[in-house]
Design a protein around this ligand. Structure first.
Ligand SMILES: CC(C)(COP(=O)(O)OP(=O)(O)OC[C@H]1O[C@@H](n2cnc3c(N)ncnc32)[C@H](O)[C@@H]1OP(=O)(O)O)[C@@H](O)C(=O)NCCC(=O)NCCS
Length: 374
């Protein structure tokens, strides 16, 4: 009989963290003790990024200084810009993000320095430059001119500006900001655990974030928001939704944007994002996706008792904002860089090499037969 295997590390506590927790007493995801939805209501994304990285909400002065650094670090090197221009146009933007961060690691003078001070400086560079790199690729692959970042715009405003050449209505910017806050951190999920695992060998932050991006790309993790949109596009109109979802469940399909390893009776981020999805649909005067959303959700809960996760409302929200579907997960990246980085700093501060064991089920011992006798 094999050892007691915890496949997928299900239920295994592997370390401690101060960054975030799903608190059962308030049934909510919290960052450094604050409920994510409370942060959405009272803060802009940059404040939450500061909180996640530094442990406390910033004062006005601290926020101003933080924003100053982020805005100053937005410019890309010539090498990185030229590389992005030469990437295959059909590349998935998640691969572009992964490669861009890797190139930043080649260029960063402090790559080898794992001190907390150097790591925080590197975080600010990765945090500021990754959206710029992604927006540049967004433009290039459409045959459009790259738009330089503007230092008088907020993080979210600037991302819209660099992708579309304009800053949209304030309701749209706020909804985007809210999505970034909700995506910023979620404890030991697979990409964060990947980042911590890479860090545990005392490797560098660019490598850890590069690995985390690769991990986030998968459809069982960040890639789900793109899959939600593919599903909604297949359903096409609200009249088709009921049949579509019933057929999918009859065929035992995994429905993207539903279910969660941690939340079994509803993801606490969903009600907030659902509200902002509705606001965006109102501004865009397009209720089609909201109708499809409600029908699919109702059937999933009635038939399977499986609730939506945050990728379910973010998918159609980003679509209504005008983003290409394959940019949904990269948007997740530009936010989650904050959570990953906080965990990387935490891992360095109390490191233990992550090295689990496996239960071996291969051949028993055998002797090598020379090639001419095989
Ligand atoms: C997120 C996810 C990987 C969690 O997985 P998990 O904790 O390992 O749970 P399981 O996959 O073991 O699911 C438990 C049961 O619910 C079912 N289930 C879970 N999520 C489901 C979904 N989205 N659609 C249909 N059935 C689902 C499983 O088929 C399984 O049923 P079974 O016991 O009859 O085999 C899973 O819910 C999923 O694949 N969701 C879709 C992808 C997604 O939205 N990911 C984003 C997460 S934030």
């Amino acid at each position: 009989m094999a050892e007691d295997i915890k496949k997928g590390l299900l239920g295994i506590v592997v370390d401690e963290t101060e960054v975030s927790k799903v608190m059962p007493e308030i049934n909510s995801l919290t960052y450094r003790g604050y409920a994510a939805q409370d942060l959405c209501a009272k803060c802009k994304f940059e404040e939450v990024a500061y909180l996640i990285l530094n442990g406390e909400l910033p004062s006005e002065k601290q926020l101003k200084d933080f924003e100053k650094v982020e805005r100053k670090e937005r410019n890309l090197s010539k090498t990185l810009l030229e590389s992005i221009k030469n990437f295959p146009k059909k590349s998935h933007p998640m691969d572009v993000a992964r490669t861009a961060v890797s190139i930043m690691g080649l260029e960063d003078k402090e790559t080898k320095d794992n001190s907390p001070e150097a790591n925080l400086r590197k975080v600010m560079r990765i945090f500021a430059k990754t959206p710029v790199a992604l927006a540049a690729f967004y433009r290039i692959r459409k045959g459009k001119k790259i738009i330089k970042p503007k230092s008088n715009l907020s993080f979210s405003e600037n991302f819209f500006y660099m992708c579309f050449g304009r800053v949209p209505e304030k309701e749209i910017v706020k909804a985007f900001d809210v999505s970034l806050i909700l995506y910023a951190e979620h404890s030991f999920n697979v990409s964060t655990f990947t980042a911590r695992t890479i860090t545990s060998s005392l490797s560098d932050i660019h490598g850890a974030i590069t690995g985390a991006i690769a991990s986030l790309k998968g459809p069982l993790h960040g890639g789900a928001n793109e899959e939600v949109m593919h599903m909604m596009n297949k359903i096409k109109k609200p009249e088709n939704a009921l049949n579509w979802i019933n057929n999918a469940l009859d065929q035992k399909a995994v429905v993207m944007g539903f279910g969660h390893r941690v939340y079994k009776s509803g993801d606490s981020r969903v009600p907030t994002m659902r509200e902002y999805f509705s606001k965006v649909a109102k501004v865009k005067k397009d209720k089609k996706f909201e109708k499809i959303y409600d029908i699919v959700e109702k059937v999933m809960i009635e038939r399977k008792n499986i609730h939506p996760n945050v990728d379910y409302p973010t998918g159609p929200t980003y679509h209504l904002m005008g983003f290409d579907t394959d940019f949904f997960t990269p948007i997740f990246v530009i936010s989650r860089i904050t959570g990953w980085s906080a965990h990387i700093l935490e891992q360095h501060a109390a490191n233990k090499l992550i090295r689990p064991l496996a239960s071996y089920k291969g051949n028993s011992y055998r002797k090598v037969i020379p090639i001419n006798q095989r």
